[in-house]
Every structure is written in structure tokens, then in C-alpha cells.
Write a protein that binds this ligand. Structure first.
Ligand code: IMP
Length: 175
């Protein structure tokens, strides 16, 4: 595979993550929150974001079915790993790597809302708005990007390239 072309540099990501963390910390004003990271893609973003927050925070993970080894959406969302603790009465912030069609986040929000959290908000590093198939609210957004396949900073292409420190663009048909 040819090297990914840089779309968002490491420095730009780090600066934006600090800005988002400052905004979130100010909004919650010291209230404890539960961060729910959506595996696998959100693990690096969540690690960096959580370290810049200033309120008490607990970290939980969920895993949902994504595109597997392919790069097109099936529209089907399946919970592969659920939360281990109740979120009833908690302030929950769902942390996603990318919102593409919006189906995953939409499904997760509907599911988590049934569990009576005190509040439920969303944070995503990148969003491909033109690909949205459902209306989904992103309360804290890193970057809007065009309809390209991105890798790095947690995002993969067929399980490869997640550990790149920047967000790059690849041709999804390129093996
Ligand atoms: P959605 O349900 O279509 O919004 O897709 C969400 C999931 O698709 C993400 O959590 C990613 O796992 C995957 N995804 C969508 N676009 C990309 C991309 O450009 N690069 C890597 N993963 C992507």
C-alpha cells in the first residue's frame, strides 16, 4: 500500500484534543463523568482526551460491529461487548473516533438512553457529514472531513495503520 497522505497533522490533532477537553471540562464544571469509548477506533482519542479533562472521570468501553475487513457499511450494528457497569444516574459522554453514516452512534445513543443516565452527550474526533444517513447529534466535534477513507490515530484500514500519530487518507481499494 502507498503511504497515507496527511489530512490532519499530529500537532493539529493534539491541539484540537486539548481544546475539546477544555470545552468539556468547562461545560461539566467539575461534575464527575463516565466516558464510554467505542472500540476499537476510539482508544487513542479517548486516552489523550481523558488525560486533558479536569473533572473526576471513569472510563468504560463498548465494542460494536463495524465494517469488519471491508470498507463499506452494512448498516447493521451489533453490540459485541457491553458496558460492565450501570450508567443509571451518571453523566455519560460517548467518545467515538469517526461518525460516517451515523448509524453506529445513533444506535448507541438509543440504547444508552434506555438505561437512564443523568445526561448523555457525544464527542467524535472526525465526522463525514455528507455520508450521514441518519441525523445524529455530535456535541463535541474535532474535525469535519470530506468523504475519504481515513486511517491513523485509532482508525484502521483492514486492521492496519491504527497507530499512526496523524490522520491520513488511503484509497480503500488499495491493498
Ligand atoms: P457509521 O456507523 O457509518 O457512522 O460508522 C462508524 C464506524 O465505521 C467507525 O466507528 C469506524 O469503525 C468505521 N469507519 C467509517 N469511516 C471510516 C474511515 O474513513 N476510516 C476508518 N474507519 C471508518
Amino acid at each position: 500500500m502507498t503511504n497515507p497522505r496527511i489530512l490532519i497533522s499530529e500537532a493539529d490533532i493534539q491541539q484540537r484534543v486539548r481544546e475539546l477537553a477544555a470545552e468539556i471540562s468547562a461545560d461539566y464544571a467539575g461534575k464527575p463523568i463516565t466516558l464510554v469509548g467505542v472500540l476499537k477506533g476510539a482508544f487513542i482519542f479517548l486516552a489523550d482526551l481523558s488525560r486533558h479533562l479536569t473533572m473526576p472521570r471513569s472510563i468504560e468501553f463498548m465494542a460494536v460491529s463495524s465494517y469488519g475487513m471491508r470498507t463499506t457499511s452494512t448498516g447493521a450494528v451489533r453490540v459485541l461487548m457491553d458496558l460492565r457497569r450501570s450508567i443509571e444516574g451518571k453523566h455519560v459522554l460517548v467518545v467515538e473516533d469517526i461518525v460516517d453514516t451515523g448509524l453506529t452512534l445513533h444506535y448507541l445513543l438509543e440504547l444508552l438512553a434506555t438505561r437512564d443516565p443523568a445526561s448523555l452527550k457525544t464527542c467524535a474526533l472526525v465526522r463525514k457529514k455528507e455520508r450521514h444517513e441518519v441525523d445524529v447529534r455530535v456535541d463535541y466535534l474535532g474535525f469535519d472531513i470530506p468523504n475519504v477513507w481515513v486511517v491513523g490515530y485509532g482508525l484502521d484500514h483492514a486492521e492496519d495503520l491504527r497507530a499512526l500519530p496523524y490522520i491520513g487518507v488511503v484509497d480503500p481499494d488499495d491493498e
